[in-house]
Design a protein around this ligand. Structure first.
Ligand code: COA
Length: 460
């Protein structure tokens, strides 16, 4: 791996002299730091994969002081060198007003932010299969793992295309960092266009996703440079707000939600020691406890087809008034996000006699690699994306969704406690995990909201 030699020298180029001075200290803090004499991770390179995993696990266990806060309480003791310079509300502020944190700049800088010598910006061309595979590998090898290091994301190429290429996506918002010498992709962040309703304000913004830095380049402050450059590219298109989620606490969560799990294949989950399962339950008991009906019950439930998009859009619009944060989708976007696709997502609708749609439920799928297991190598998880119903009880529709997901070979269904989901989570034997998903808005302040007022899920 190439050593990092210098930092983003031109970070403040194009800004006024006084601003330059006042940002000197911050520039230092944001530095994508130069390396010492030897990258310690290089020494691990020659070790077998299994050994590396053991060491990573040990590092994880002993790295409490380095990781970002997971709770609001801890976050209040943490110094955010980068985020404190960004237009986001400060932790602990009580916000009663609504609007941008900082006014839009009159001119957006034209030159990209500088990278240390030996690295360059790249916009990976996702229409090229080898490039898409390369991005997939970066994410699968470096994206979040569970704390136990037993499972790892295994995004498919189709999933990445679905998540990164919705209508009106822009290539320059797929932002990569490559090592100049060997062209290796070592960093990535992306934005896709979206429109949402925040309280009563309709806002065009971007959704930021797939922030990832290669494991060997962690803690060198590449993230602030990625975020600044993406922000510049988004600003260039006249957009100044973003939304994103993270498992860690940053300044400042708009809402903090919990992830719930519903086992569909308890035997396999127990065998792979899936984190967050109900403890103290024997296999027999777990099988009985999680048993599901063999067939679905809701009349008129069927797979979505393209012609259902207008009906789904109406259901979404009807549902919107219940939430403080909700999606504003075009017909084209409904088709993109909801139409079932192989190894991407599944959507079912409830059609009444006469053809009116009274319900929709959609989930997207993510596979995981199971590491170091003698029998199992993969795990399939379904993530609840959207559910709305005007006639059938949500719990009934969701029970059928569990039946369908199981019949399609999913091992687990995951859902956040957003929207009206608490009305069925416990009833349908979901268990709360210790994973939190915090929702954030960039450059927008408004009163914080409880999870049941969040009307959207942001796929990775
Ligand atoms: C998240 C990740 C990119 C952070 O990289 P890192 O090397 O630990 O951090 P860096 O040294 O580059 O940058 C540190 C800064 O980034 C911020 N940061 C870290 N994770 C962040 C996140 N998920 N979103 C936004 N900012 C984040 C930190 O708060 C810190 O800024 P601060 O000084 O204001 O606290 C890296 O850990 C990674 O790739 N993880 C796996 C993928 C992942 O979890 N992505 C995030 C999904 S939400």
């Amino acid at each position: 791996m190439t050593d990092l030699k210098s930092f983003d020298k031109k970070l403040t180029d194009g800004e006024s002299g006084s601003l330059k001075k006042s940002k000197k200290k911050q520039k230092k803090e944001d530095a994508w730091r130069s390396e010492g004499p030897r990258d310690p991770f290089a020494m691990l390179d020659s070790l077998p994969e299994k050994k590396q995993q053991e060491i990573q696990k040990a590092l994880h266990l002993f790295s409490v002081g380095q990781s970002l806060p997971k709770t609001l309480q801890d976050a209040k003791q943490h110094t955010y060198h980068f985020w404190d310079t960004q237009p986001v509300p400060k932790l602990g502020d009580s916000i009663m007003t609504q609007g941008p944190v900082a006014e839009a700049e009159i001119s957006v800088r034209n030159e990209p932010y500088s990278l240390p010598q030996g690295f360059s910006w790249d916009t990976p061309d996702l229409s090229s299969p080898p490039v898409l595979r390369e991005l997939c590998n970066l994410l699968n090898e470096n994206y979040i793992e569970d704390d136990d290091n037993t499972i790892r994301f295994d995004f498919s190429l189709e999933y990445l295309q679905w998540a990164l290429q919705p209508p009106n996506w822009l290539p320059q918002w797929h932002l990569g960092v490559r090592v100049e010498g060997n062209k290796k992709l070592v960093g990535f962040i992306a934005a896709v266009p979206a429109e949402v309703c925040i309280y009563e304000t309709k806002k065009r913004l971007v959704q930021v996703k797939f922030l990832c830095v290669h494991k060997k380049l962690r803690l060198k402050r590449m993230t602030p440079v990625l975020i600044r450059e993406l922000t510049r590219r988004v600003n260039q298109q006249g957009l100044y707000q973003a939304m994103y989620t993270a498992g860690t606490v940053l300044p400042t969560p708009l809402s903090s939600c919990s992830l719930w799990h519903r086992p569909l294949n308890p035997r396999k989950l127990i065998e792979v020691n899936f984190p967050g399962l109900r403890q103290n339950m024997s296999l027999q008991r777990a099988l009985k406890f999680n048993r599901l009906p063999k067939v679905t019950k809701v009349q008129g439930l069927r797979c979505m087809i393209k012609e259902d998009a207008p009906g789904i859009l109406s259901l979404l619009q009807e549902n919107r008034s219940k939430f403080h944060l909700s999606p504003l989708l075009s017909l084209q976007e409904v088709e993109h996000w909801f139409l079932p696709r192989e190894s991407g997502n599944d959507t079912y609708v409830v059609e009444q006699d006469g053809g009116t749609l009274t319900g929709v439920v959609s989930f997207y799928s993510i596979s995981f690699k199971v590491l170091n297991h003698p029998v199992h190598t993969s795990l399939r998880a379904a993530y609840l994306f959207y559910v709305a119903s005007t006639a059938t009880e949500l719990a009934e529709l969701m029970e059928d969704t569990l039946v369908l997901a199981k019949s399609k070979g999913f091992d687990i269904l995951c859902a956040l406690d957003v929207m009206d989901n608490t009305s069925f989570l416990e009833k349908l034997k979901f268990t709360i995990s210790d994973k939190r998903v915090h929702y954030y808005l960039y450059n927008w302040m408004c009163p914080l909201m409880s999870p049941d007022k969040v009307g959207l899920v942001l796929p990775n």
